[in-house]
Design a protein around this ligand. Structure first.
Ligand SMILES: [Fe+2]
Length: 444
């Protein structure tokens, strides 16, 4: 009897170390693929199973396809015994009209079953889905602390009840991935598992991912490898419907970083934008996303006094603003400041008139529109309150914790909404409408 109890106890202990956790999805560099990433604390071979269950509106019963995966050992803390095993597998040959169910396992310990949508981006330049609308969730600065729970609950509800296609997290993840020898990173990825195991969770690094040369970020996330980024997940782009999205890393532009890595990314940005512009007649929208903002009102009048909104835009604007303007970028989404601010079209610190501007609409804008949505719930509270002296180009500001939804309706209509996860309501929106692929630069 004692032996049986011992064997059962040992089995339970082992199961705890090989049960998949921290499951999250991401799009890959290939069309019609989805990558799953998860963690165990013993090295056990990974497996996964997936099958379509609904295609169009038609149930699609079929057998599971069973696949293996890859495993790497990651030492998440400073001590040699602080190891975890990060597993990945790729679901292939997906059909955009289908929903799939999947589960992952190690040593026969299966996760629960999750769903995902088979519509994926196209990182090549082929044309697909240009007429089908979609919505993405967008935010920055989200952690495990008390104020991060608002977004956890509202986005968790939205994941269960509404239909979106993916999540774009513009840096500052977990606060911080490496804290408590990586435990905070583990807790965060477990916190978001119900959301990120269902919808692809796409990231770029913020300043809070800098520790140990971004080791935690590079190991825990698997973003599309475009060759130039060397598998770091630092910068990449993808096409989705009539829009081209560029996710990039602002960290290399600040002090104590490699000029070579800054130049590498800037050159890649220029090349990527040139290619995107060559496709502009069919894919007219170009949207850029990163952590540090080029524009924000907070503390603007203290520029040069070490404030984040004064000093940091002053560094990156000279490098990036003309790249955005000359390539007719439509929308620049930003984070880092722990508030929400939607601005008008801006170039060289001036409001640039559109063909028509209203409080919540711009028709044929002539410069990039800038938005800060960095308030998903950091661990510091309202330490970056929205400016009480907003710039003339600011259109709406809020301190409410929450996140944005970006809906690309078609080649002419883009819709942005910001939700308060505290008040459980939409607090701001803007339509961006255009009937020409590129805007006409008005300043030089
Ligand atoms: Fe930040």
């Amino acid at each position: 009897m004692q032996l049986l109890v011992l064997i059962i106890g040992f089995g339970i202990a082992i199961a705890g170390y090989v049960h998949p956790e921290q499951i999250h999805l991401s799009w890959t560099e290939e069309i019609n693929q989805m990558r799953a990433t998860w963690v165990t604390y013993l090295n056990a071979p990974p497996h996964a199973a997936y099958r379509p269950i609904l295609c169009g509106n038609v149930p699609s019963p079929s057998n599971f396809t069973y696949i293996g995966g890859d495993t790497k050992k990651f030492q998440e803390g400073p001590h040699f015994w602080q190891n975890q095993y990060i597993h990945t597998t790729v679901f292939e040959n997906l059909l955009p009209e289908c929903w799939y169910e999947y589960k992952v396992s190690n040593l026969g310990s299966w996760s629960k079953t999750y769903l995902f949508n088979g519509r994926t981006p196209d990182t090549s330049q082929t044309f697909r889905d240009v007429n089908n609308s979609f919505t993405l969730i967008v935010f920055g600065d989200w952690g495990t602390g008390p104020i991060g729970q608002y977004t956890k609950h509202l986005l968790g509800e939205e994941t269960l009840t509404r239909d979106y296609l993916g999540i774009l997290h513009m840096g500052d993840i977990a606060y911080d991935l490496d804290d408590e020898d990586g435990k905070v990173g583990d807790d965060y990825l477990n916190m978001i598992q119900p959301i990120a195991a269902t919808y692809p969770y796409m990231t770029v690094p913020g300043n809070h991912e800098k520790a140990d040369n971004f080791t935690q970020y590079i190991n825990r996330f698997n973003m599309p490898n475009n060759g130039v980024n060397q598998g770091t997940s630092f910068f990449y782009s993808f096409n989705l419907g009539p829009a081209h999205f560029i996710m990039y890393n602002t960290n290399p532009y600040f002090k104590n970083t490699s000029q070579a890595s800054a130049d590498l990314q800037t050159q890649w940005l220029a090349n990527d934008l040139a290619i995107a512009n060559s496709q502009r007649s069919i894919r007219p929208w170009i949207i850029v996303l990163a952590h540090h903002p080029l524009y924000c009102s907070q503390d603007w009048f203290e520029e040069g006094s070490q404030t984040d909104c004064g000093e940091q835009p002053a560094v990156i604007k000279p490098i990036l603003e003309d790249l955005w303007y000359n390539n007719s970028v439509d929308l620049a989404l930003q984070a880092h400041l722990h508030n929400y601010e939607r601005d008008a079209a801006i170039y060289k610190n001036q409001t640039i008139p559109s063909q028509y501007d209203g409080q919540n609409i711009h028709i044929n804008p002539n410069a990039p529109i800038y938005i800060v949505s960095g308030n998903a719930g950091n661990n510091h509270g309202h330490n970056d309150p929205a400016s009480t002296t907003p710039q003339p180009w600011a259109r709406y500001l809020s301190n409410d914790y929450g996140y944005g939804r970006l809906t690309v309706y078609n080649q002419t209509h883009l819709f942005w909404e910001q939700f308060s996860a505290v008040a459980l309501t939409e607090i701001d929106y803007v339509w961006i409408i255009k009937d020409q692929p590129r805007y006409k630069p008005v300043l030089s």
